[in-house]
Ligand binder design. Structure first.
Ligand SMILES: Cc1ncc(COP(=O)(O)O)c(C=O)c1O
Length: 449
């Protein structure tokens, strides 16, 4: 793969001709000026700078550019479960600021962070009874793996090709993509990988889900038996693409972990907090030993993440692997607690399940009507729509997907591509049926065009 292809695995690339054309035609002068300044000031990276556009603000499910144009944002980097700048969450954060119950050194505590911890333990599945917080998802993944290594006294990990678990040496070692580790030299040793179950597109040509699951379980069993010293298996319950594994798959992985004394770690940094139509994606499958949360945990305002673990993993009294300056930050506590309260008060998890069903039905209809729509998968407001080449070859429709994306953007719908040709849709859980119709109609119009 060349550099552009490697970048496209995670998202649409920021140096494509279509991107430049879009910017020339559609950026208003104030947005253009900001984008150009940003480009001069920030380190360039394949998935951020140079950026696509500039925002004046964001609210609810929408982002707003400098000219006041609104876009329904189906990416939002996953922080917007309760919407951007949610009034209820903002009020609670402002209350925390007014009462000066904000930053707290980690040798003290405060009511906001304790409130969030209590709430998380209450809403996560039974058996997850203790928390630890840190500033971001990558650190939370490191923390989870460190707990597993310390508890098991083993040092290897099994994770999945093509997955993303964050930046930093441990998290990027777990990740299955070159984009995040190329040229960095040796990564953390013992990071082993297997395929993620993909029922539509698997290298063995299997059409039966059980055959796919069993092949991957076989790969995993081989690593457990021949490599040994496996501390944990780390995965997103549903891949980011998304591909939804069967319940059988995760049940068997959990059994393999138990048999070999390893921990199962679920990365729900994206999928937690209602995204998949349940409060946590693991509720579709099995309860992991360690649940990793992030993104929306900061209420869309603060950078915040953490782990929720079973009591038996409370074994670090003489170590300090979660030693973070902001682990007890009261502002983050207030934001996280308010975000969960808001989801509950407005039944947004149920909304995610309901509107997800509506969208899946619309996309399944498009799949039968338009040959360029390949696989459609997902659950709740976590949906992927594969675009195939218009030449009928069944290959990825890289150019086509990009054209659809920029056309939708022009029409007020923002999303990101993954694996170069999959439209990934993860709108805020606050969207209405009207918003969901807008998403489906706008994509359908772009496909037709
Ligand atoms: C599944 C998953 N895990 C981990 C991370 C890393 O989180 P952060 O960017 O907060 O470090 C991300 C971020 O995109 C993610 O999507």
């Amino acid at each position: 793969m060349n550099d552009q292809q490697i970048s496209r695995e995670q998202g649409d690339v920021n140096l494509s001709e279509q991107r430049t054309q879009f910017q020339q035609q559609h950026l208003d002068p104030r947005s253009r000026e900001l984008v150009e300044k940003d480009q001069q000031l920030f380190l360039h990276q394949s998935l951020s700078t140079p950026v696509l556009h500039a925002l004046s603000h964001s609210e609810g499910a929408y982002i707003v550019d400098m000219a006041g144009k609104r876009y329904l944002d189906c990416h939002g980097n996953g922080v917007h479960a309760a919407g951007f700048n949610n009034d209820y969450v903002c009020e609670k954060v402002v209350d925390a600021l007014r009462s000066k119950n904000t930053f707290t050194s980690r040798r003290y505590t405060n009511s906001n962070i304790v409130g969030l911890a209590e709430k998380l333990i209450a809403v996560t599945p039974e058996g997850l009874d203790r928390v630890s917080f840190c500033p971001g998802g990558s650190e939370a993944i490191e923390l989870a793996v460190s707990i597993a290594k310390s508890y098991t006294n083993k040092w290897k990990t099994i994770s999945f090709w093509d997955s993303y678990h964050g930046n930093g040496f441990q998290s990027a070692s777990l990740g299955g993509e070159r984009l995040f580790k190329k040229r960095l030299g040796p990564m953390v040793p013992g990071a082993l990988h297997v395929d993620f179950p993909n029922y539509q597109n698997n290298p063995w040509g299997f059409t039966d889900q059980r055959q796919v699951d069993d092949e991957i379980l076989r790969q995993m069993r081989t690593l457990f038996e021949k490599e040994g010293d496996i501390a944990c298996v780390v995965g997103e319950p549903i891949s980011a693409t998304p591909v939804m594994p069967t319940r059988y798959f995760w049940q068997q992985v959990k059994l393999l972990c138990e048999e070999h004394g390893a921990l199962l770690i679920f990365d729900e940094i994206i999928e937690g907090f209602g995204r998949t139509g349940k409060m946590f994606a693991c509720e579709h499958y099995v309860t992991p030993d360690i649940l990793v949360l992030g993104k929306s945990l900061g209420g869309g305002l603060m950078p915040f993440a953490g782990v929720v673990v079973n009591e038996k993993y409370n074994v670090l009294e003489t170590q300090s692997v979660g030693h973070y300056t902001h682990e007890k930050n009261g502002l983050c506590g207030a934001a996280g607690l308010a975000m969960i309260e808001y989801l509950e008060m407005h039944q947004l998890v149920e909304n995610s399940a309901k509107l997800g069903e509506y969208l899946m039905e619309r996309f399944k209809q498009m799949q039968t009507s338009y040959p360029i729509v390949g696989s459609v998968d997902g659950i709740g407001l976590h949906i992927g729509l594969e675009i195939l080449s218009a030449d009928g070859s069944g290959q990825r429709g890289v150019e086509e997907a990009e054209r659809i994306m920029y056309q939708c953007f022009e029409n007020g719908l923002a999303f990101k591509l993954i694996e170069s040709s999959i439209i990934t849709l993860r709108p805020s859980l606050v969207i209405t049926l009207e918003d969901a119709k807008f998403i489906a109609d706008t994509i359908e119009a772009a496909i037709v065009a």
